[in-house]
Ligand binder design. Structure first.
Ligand code: S3P
Length: 260
């Protein structure tokens, strides 16, 4: 039995180092990092290999864990910090978070959702009952709490980056990614949603455009990288995010080495 376990450890060590090598290769050659179709193919092949096997379910269960851990290894290689997504309502923060989390088995903290769960109240009810300032304080506290998390995707509410102190907290353990979109596209994305008190009775391009303009400077100042999401698929956006974050950290490393 112990011999068998040794073989498993060796095989996993080998597999994990292959995962790291592929990751490095893709990065160095500017290749597409996210390949969901590749993952599907891998699972199909594995299933074929197991057809008729009497331990099919048990082996498949282990294989799923192996795949999940490979994703974590990739995430650790790619992202040294939490990924903090900011931007206007409807810019795509939640959608991007979900795909990133699926591809890299990273945890997501959807700030609005966590706040609503903890307060046992919807966001519009929190605004109505306690006011906006109270809600903003909850955001600040949650951002501070996130500093002890690693490799987590933090999807911020659209107003979170407007407070300077929040931005300071975000950056302590996060890379801040600003997602943008044109007012028309934002309207299209938010028009059927009633969870945003600020847009209540204001679902028109003029309001969105004006509010966006008043926030733009603060959003941009907070951002480490900026991605426009208009007419892009979520996969394209995530690919761009990975590339830009990697370029930004190379740049940072270069600057630091120059200062020495
Ligand atoms: C807000 C955006 C919302 C939510 C709240 C306030 C804002 O989050 O936090 O309604 O001020 O822009 P989403 O950006 O996730 O919609």
């Amino acid at each position: 039995m112990a011999l068998c376990d040794d073989k498993i450890i060796d095989a996993l060590m080998e597999r994990n180092s292959i995962v790291e090598n592929i990751m490095n290769y893709k990065n160095q050659h500017n290749m597409q990092i996210l390949q969901p179709e590749q993952e599907e193919k891998q699972i199909r092949l594995f299933e074929e290999k197991l057809s008729g096997n009497k331990y099919k379910d048990e082996i498949f269960d282990v294989y799923h864990s192996i795949l999940k851990n490979s994703k974590r290894i990739q995430a650790r290689k790619l992202f040294t910090h939490n990924i903090v997504l900011i931007g206007f309502m409807g810019a795509g923060k939640s959608t991007v978070s979900e795909l990133l989390s699926t591809m890299f088995a990273m945890d997501i903290v959807e700030m609005d959702q966590v706040i609503a769960e903890r307060e046992a109240m919807s966001i519009p009810d929190i605004f109505d009952t306690y006011g906006e300032e109270y809600f903003r304080n909850l955001e600040t506290n949650l951002l501070i709490e996130m500093q002890s998390h690693h490799n987590t995707i933090v999807s911020c509410g659209g107003g979170a980056a407007l407070r300077a102190e929040n931005v300071v907290e975000m950056k302590k353990n996060g890379r801040v990614v600003l997602l943008t979109a044109s007012p028309q596209i934002i309207l299209e994305r938010v028009k059927d949603n009633e969870d945003r008190p600020i847009l209540k009775g204001n679902k028109n391009v003029e309001f969105i455009e004006n509010l966006m303009e008043t926030r733009r400077e603060k959003y941009e100042a907070a951002a480490d990288i900026i991605i426009n999401t208009d007419h892009k698929t979520v996969l394209e956006i995530c690919q761009e995010l990975i590339q830009k974050l990697s370029d930004a950290s190379d740049e940072l490393r270069y600057k630091r080495s120059e200062q020495r």
